[in-house]
Write a protein that binds this ligand. Structure first.
Ligand code: FMN
Length: 192
């Protein structure tokens, strides 16, 4: 049984000093040994325009290709005004189009969120889960990785210093990996 896995990490913040980008960077070194985690930078994506549905920019084609080549997706997102940042929703919308060519289809996914506030982005996580329904992805419900008071959990170079958060990210990656391997086997069984 091949249990090598590729996870694609996507951050919902473009900010240079983003805690969510920092959490994703930390996750790279917290993956199980059979897993590689690569990130995709969405900062150059234009605003989605349905006129370009059938003729997306090259960067969107690459993004969709990376999603399809991945076994699972890990989102790390801030909460903006109790919801998902527009840049992340924009990236999600691009990769879901045109209708019938949804790159997210059937992917195992997991979420983590970091916020400087006390609730750690939970409301953004719940809004993201609502979008997941139409994307037809399979999100993990647990563990929930919520990083409140993020400014206290990273050092000035953006390294994650909080042991509890490291353990939660590790647990999330392990659970996502197990789920992705199981899902791959289920799909292979369905193709037989
Ligand atoms: C437009 C905007 C809206 C925000 N709204 C929320 C919010 O609803 N809840 C929250 O916990 N933090 C909110 N914040 C604060 C973010 O949690 C904080 O800026 C966080 O560091 C952003 O993530 P990043 O570090 O990955 O860029 C908001 C920040 C911005 C810029």
């Amino acid at each position: 049984m091949n249990n090598e896995l590729k996870i694609l990490g996507i951050a919902g913040s473009l900010r240079k000093g983003s805690f969510n980008k920092a959490a994703l960077r930390s996750a790279i070194s917290l993956t199980p040994s059979n897993v590689t985690l690569e990130t995709f930078d969405i900062s150059s994506f234009p605003l989605f325009n349905q006129d370009d549905d059938n003729n997306p920019p090259e960067v969107i084609r690459q993004f969709k290709g990376k999603i399809r080549a991945s076994d699972a997706i890990l989102f790390a997102t801030p909460e903006y005004n109790y919801s998902v940042p527009g840049v992340l929703k924009n990236a999600i919308d691009w990769a879901s189009r045109p209708y019938g060519d949804n790159a997210w289809e059937g992917k195992p996914v997991a979420i983590m969120s970091a916020s400087i506030g006390m609730l750690g982005g939970t409301r953004a996580q719940h809004h993201l889960r609502q979008t997941f329904v139409f994307l037809n992805v399979y999100p993990l419900n647990s563990p929930e990785v919520i990083i409140p008071n993020a400014a206290d959990k990273f050092d000035s170079a953006g390294n994650l210093t909080d042991q509890h958060t490291k353990e939660k990210i590790q647990e999330l990656l392990k659970t996502l990996s197990v789920w992705a391997v199981q899902w791959r086997e289920i799909k292979q069984g369905m193709e037989m």
